[in-house]
Structures are given as structure tokens and as C-alpha cells.
Write a protein that binds this ligand. Structure first.
Ligand code: ZN
Length: 145
């Protein structure tokens, strides 16, 4: 699973976007994806924030300006048209690996991580999830996002 490394601080500084961005809870969303990665053994990857996922044609690779008001990508080179977000999603999926990093690398070095990645440990953790903070909760709360 790939997500964009959005510059949320800058987006919140934009008066037109700030309320929408804040209410979406991007930071919490990313934290929860990472949390579930540990639970289910999925892999969450972050794509470089400068990768032009919205401006690039997912069909031919042409890059063109895409104002936020445009909801459909209409390629000026090959004529391909696609919903803006779907086009960006395809580009994120096909993004070169040198512009992608694993979220889990941020978890390296946290004690108990390998143990908690096992399916049995996840089942035990899920059973007591509503109880008190676990070691993973404490580790996640110290991460830099
Ligand atoms: Zn194109």
C-alpha cells in the first residue's frame, strides 16, 4: 500500500485547505495504517512528496499542470482521460522505487517489534486492544509524525 508524503503543515497554512485537511486527520490516518501494518503484516510505503502523481499521465507519462479545481486528468499529449484521484493512485502504484520508502523503517529499533509481527502475537494483542497501552502503543506514540 502506498500513500503520498503530503506536506500537511503547508497545506494547513493555506486558508482554503486548512479546515478540510484538519478534519480529515491525515496524521491519524497514517499512524493507523502503520499500526495495522504491524498487526497484519502488510507493507505501507511513503512516496516522495515531490513526485508529481497528480500531474503525470498514468498512460504515457506526460507531465502537465493540474489545478486543484480540475477533477479529471485529460492528457494533452495522448488524450487519455481519468478521474484525477484514480490517475494519481495508478501513478503512486507505478512510482519508481527510488522515490518510495517503507514506513516500517521508522519502526526499526523499537523493542518487541519482531515479536509483535507474528500472527499469534497479533491475535493476543487484538484481544486485549481495548485494555491499557501496549508496548507497541507506547512506541508508536513516540514516532516523529
Ligand atoms: Zn498521456
Amino acid at each position: 500500500m502506498r500513500i503520498e508524503d503530503l506536506n500537511v503543515s503547508a497545506m494547513i497554512a493555506n486558508n482554503k485547505l486548512s479546515e478540510a485537511i484538519s478534519s480529515l486527520g491525515f496524521y491519524e490516518f497514517r499512524a493507523m495504517l502503520t499500526y495495522k501494518e504491524v498487526f497484519f503484516g502488510t507493507k505501507v510505503e511513503i512516496v516522495d512528496r515531490w513526485y508529481p502523481s497528480s500531474k503525470t499521465c498514468s498512460c504515457c507519462g506526460h507531465v502537465q499542470p493540474m489545478p486543484l479545481s480540475e477533477r479529471v486528468y485529460a492528457c494533452q499529449k495522448c488524450g487519455h482521460t481519468q478521474d484525477r484521484d484514480e490517475n494519481a493512485a495508478v501513478n503512486l502504484k507505478n512510482c519508481p522505487n527510488n522515490r518510495v520508502r517503507a514506513v516500517s523503517s521508522a519502526l526499526d529499533g523499537f523493542p518487541g517489534l519482531k515479536r509483535l509481527r507474528s500472527p499469534e502475537a497479533c491475535r493476543r494483542h487484538t484481544r486485549r486492544a481495548s485494555a491499557e497501552l501496549t508496548p507497541v502503543d507506547r512506541c508508536l506514540s513516540r514516532l516523529p509524525w
